[in-house]
Design a protein around this ligand. Sequence first.
Ligand SMILES: Cc1cc2nc3c(=O)[nH]c(=O)nc-3n(C[C@H](O)[C@H](O)[C@H](O)COP(=O)(O)OP(=O)(O)OC[C@H]3O[C@@H](n4cnc5c(N)ncnc54)[C@H](O)[C@@H]3O)c2cc1C
Length: 340
Amino acid sequence: MNNFSHIAVIGAGIVGASIAFHLARRGAKVTLIDAGEPGKKSKVQPATAVSFAWMNARDKNPRHYHLFNRRSLDMWARFVERLGSPQSATWGGELRWASTDDGAREIVRRAGVLQSWGYPIRLLNGEEVETLEPRLEPGVVTAASYTDIEGHADTGAVVGACVERLKEWGADILFQTLVTGLARSGSDIAAVVTNRGEIACDAVVLAGGADTASLAAMADVDVPMYYTFGCTILTEPVPPVFENASVVHSPRDCPPQTNFRQLPNGSVMLHGGAHGRVYDGGSLGQDDREVQRVSMLWRVFCRLLKACPCARFGVGDGLFQRTDTRFSDFPNGFQISICL
Ligand SMILES: Cc1cc2nc3c(=O)[nH]c(=O)nc-3n(C[C@H](O)[C@H](O)[C@H](O)COP(=O)(O)OP(=O)(O)OC[C@H]3O[C@@H](n4cnc5c(N)ncnc54)[C@H](O)[C@@H]3O)c2cc1C
């Protein structure tokens, strides 16, 4: 920490907030900067606000990236404990099922790979799915899998807790502050230039989410990005949907595929879309009709939401957000942060 005593972290999404928290915890002087303010509405919501936030290593390839995610998964419980916000992680595991023979083969194949990597995943039949989640109506189940160590995060609560701890430790928090440039001293970054003046620093962390590319360009660093599409829909709070699991994926062999999870406040988040390597025209969420398809699908699988009068979905009522996401083109970069 001696060489970088004052570190400016640009971006207070879940990545920047967490990095700032961990740096401050280790004694660095930290300044956290964001153009917006976490938890406040803005025209373009940061990824953290609309994220499905599934904590998993199930779908991660190749093996070294799976192991990286596995370690991260293992660290989440400790992280939220240290934050003083254990309730911001919801555990219970991920359940998915297939409704065709091809889909079943894929679930069995993947479970076999994960088991050979030592990952705790087990196969279920239709009856076991219904016992595990009696309030779901899965329809035909040709195979299912359950990974009980997975969960999801209440991203707003995590970021909020990071900011609270940073304030307690005396970090500078600059919200509503747009970074417009990076000032150099020789080959080093000497200051962050903002619309509210310059902030001298020894090092800067770029955690600007999809804007990391434009921030990196300020230091002549190229971060290739590509677009994917998706939609995130939040219902009003409903009674508990899950008995055991915390994240459910509808059958991938029965498109359109959606994911759903229930937040601690009872609101259900539905997500449809692809994080595929290349946008192929098949990803959901590009128009209102597709957003509606995601919400309709959920009603098919969940008796509770079908019957619950307080569950409102969809277009025009302010409960949905179409996500048009840029992803880093670095291998497995997803959305990244860079330290300069
Ligand atoms: C729909 C969707 C579903 C997802 N599902 C999952 C999932 O299930 N599991 C998972 O692990 N990940 C998931 N992700 C990915 C994950 O949510 C993101 O990787 C993560 O939220 C990125 O956080 P971040 O802090 O890097 O970026 P962001 O949350 O986008 O935050 C970046 C911040 O930087 C600020 N900023 C940008 N430019 C500037 C500037 N010039 N000056 C000042 N501030 C600036 C912005 O205001 C913003 O607050 C999903 C993402 C999306 C969009």
